[in-house]
Design a protein around this ligand. Sequence first.
Ligand code: MG
Length: 144
Amino acid sequence: MLKYKPYVLALDLEGTLISNAVSQFSRPGLYNFLEYCHNNFCRIVIFTAVSELSFRKIAIALADAGKVPSWFVNLEYINWDGKYKDLCFVPETKFTEVILIDDREEYIKQEQKKQWIYIPGYEYPYPENDDELNQVIQKLSQID
Ligand SMILES: [Mg+2]
């Protein structure tokens, strides 16, 4: 039986799940990471500076390449603007019930830092032994 963690999981895209919207290299362990999220959180959203249209195209390409599960293509997309990824942009929840995985501190509101899990950016030369998504799984698994 599944026991979901009582949080909305918000995922950044560029630097977190993939290299960036241009090169679109998937981070090592991406498929497994997303399945872990899917099995442990009842709501997952994408919280990215990339437009929704671009995100959908990237997601379809990743799914076609077998890099992400098919459900990733239909992931809930968060519309937002401004300087920060204010978690209050996530509809129908409180910001205290959202966890954001993101590589960029400058997007995080000071008063929401407790809701943020930092992941180092996936950057050139895009190491194949990058283990950061597994490290995030370890952190998420400690949350009840
Ligand atoms: Mg990022």
